[in-house]
Design a protein around this ligand. Structure first.
Ligand code: TXA
Ligand code: MG
Length: 325
């Protein structure tokens, strides 16, 4: 683990250029970075995460000029990039041949591109001088990391370096828009609220067909990583509860204390003041904390669905979904 000062950033860039695996802070969550042009590095990244190799990775670049060397930007994609980059928005566009390796794209003809706003991520991307593939820096299926300590807990001994820049400000992953066709389609709600994007586009956003298990052979992958059970704590998660069962821990919002709260194993509030931005930034850390409390389950109160509430609801639904194994 290194601080994200000049020496840490130089080390991170050197390791990335040499095919290494480096955990990097971004404003959304910590990412596990590797050289997106190097199939060996990408294969070792999939192995370190225990990630199914059909799940494509986001290519991270420092700016729109670098992004144009990785994918083909339609006028709509240009407009979105110009308005929201750098920031918590990922755009899926047609891939430019040879700019990222096939394994990083899991064989797709499109590529997901993001320009993160975090200064440490920016500095590493500039110094690395090539697109960096970076999924969230957790074991596949686990809760995404919003601190360097979370990364260490999941990936210690499996990666080359963690660059520590403190907790991530946004706390949920980027919003993903498919810009390969006509109108942009929302593939994953995330750190940029749908309303903000719709205001910029002046039209409602189309949403990908509600088939979260999207890697089916008939439809082909939409956002193939959107597996139903994901972000999974080790204990069961119950949503929209109005009563806490004995032995459960409580994830609350805006001070809500449903009946049974007095005897809850642990109570944590996403945002006592009812602020959805604060709630998103604390979501994954509090899920981890409640999971570690030794409770029999985690009960979650109803949450608003507007703004970042959409991404929070999406992550909680996955955390609560039945597990495949
Ligand atoms: O905020 C974020 O986006 C973080 C930080 C580290 O940048 N990254 C992240 O990556 O969340 P990951 O790998 O956990 O999620 C990437 C999602 C997956 O669901 C994947 O299936 C989807 O992006 N994806 C990648 N390439 C795609 C493509 N060509 N078409 C559709 N979906 C794609
Ligand atoms: Mg992830």
């Amino acid at each position: 683990m290194l601080a994200s000062d000049a020496a840490g950033i130089a080390d991170a860039a050197r390791l990335l250029r040499a095919g290494g695996l480096v955990a990097l802070p971004t404003e959304t969550v910590y990412g596990l970075g590797c050289d997106a042009t190097d199939p060996l590095a990408v294969a070792s990244l999939y192995a370190a995460k225990g990630r199914p190799s059909f799940n494509p990775l986001i290519a991270h670049v420092p700016d729109l000029a670098a992004a144009r060397r990785v994918g083909l930007f339609t006028p709509a994609a240009e407009r979105l990039a110009g308005r929201f980059w750098p920031g918590p928005l990922t755009l899926v566009v047609p891939a430019l041949e040879g700019a990222t390796c096939e394994l990083a794209r899991a064989g797709l003809a499109s590529v997901a591109i993001r320009v993160p706003a975090h200064p440490a991520a920016q500095a590493v991307l500039v110094a690395a001088g090539r697109p960096i593939a970076a999924p969230s820096a957790n074991r596949s299926g686990h809760v995404s990391p919003t601190t360097a300590a979370h990364v260490l807990a999941d990936l210690d001994g499996r990666i080359d370096l963690i660059l520590d820049a403190g907790p991530c400000a946004v706390g949920v992953e980027s919003t993903i828009l498919d810009c390969t066709g006509g109108a942009p389609v929302l593939l994953r709600p995330g750190g940029l609220a749908r309303e903000t994007i719709e205001a910029a586009l002046s039209v409602p956003l189309a949403i990908a067909a509600p088939s979260p298990e999207t890697s089916g052979p008939k439809t082909g992958p939409l956002a193939p990583g959107m597996l139903v059970s994901h972000y999974a704590p080790s204990v069961p998660v119950r949503l929209n509860v109005h009563e806490i069962r004995p032995g459960e821990a409580l994830l609350s919002f805006a001070g809500a204390r449903p009946p049974g709260s007095e005897t809850a194993a642990l109570v944590r509030d996403l945002s006592p003041s009812g602020d959805l931005v604060e709630a998103a930034s604390r979501l994954f850390a509090l899920l981890r904390e409640l999971d570690a409390a030794g409770a029999q389950g985690i009960a979650v109160v109803p949450l608003p669905r507007h703004g970042l509430g959409e991404a929070i609801a999406d992550r909680l639904r996955r955390a609560a979904a039945p597990r495949p194994d």
